[in-house]
Design a protein around this ligand. Sequence first.
Ligand code: HEC
Length: 145
Amino acid sequence: MKKQSIVAASLISIVLAASPVQAAEPLEFQKVMKELGKNMQIITDGISREDWDMVAKTAPMIAEHPQPPLAEKTRIISFMGAEMSRFKSFDMQTHEAAHDLLHAAHEKDGQKVIEAFQKVQSSCLGCHQTFRSKFTEHFYGKPGN
Ligand code: HEC
């Protein structure tokens, strides 16, 4: 009886280990994105409070966001192929708009901050609409939203 349950337990672990339905590990890239999302929320809050220091402190975290490790970058570059330059140009748009946001926050010009913020959002949206779905399909086997 005891022996049987040991056999059963090891069979179960073999089946689990070989299970093909394991979800693909999220990329570091996804963590970078989650951080971008959080920082955008902090900026929204900063705008509501007219806390331009908070906006100015957070904008560079968007403009100079971290990059995924080299090995992962290589995977992304090889997946993107000829579209890599387009992908990169969306990232540049985010970078530049976040810079404008920083300057507007330094000037404490609320309207300018909002305009720059909108440009940042448009750059995020542009890349998401163009690439997100094929990206998640390729790396995780499921299309994103
Ligand atoms: C160069 C293209 C590109 C730009 C620019 C970009 N994103 Fe993304 N983003 C992606 C891709 C691709 C995914 C899907 C990544 C994944 O699931 O691994 C994604 C996913 C996300 C997610 C979902 C992460 C999750 O929890 O699954 C958030 C949030 C996000 N991005 C926020 C932003 C914000 C905010 C900006 C602008 C400040 C931005 N992104 C700019 C390509 C981009």
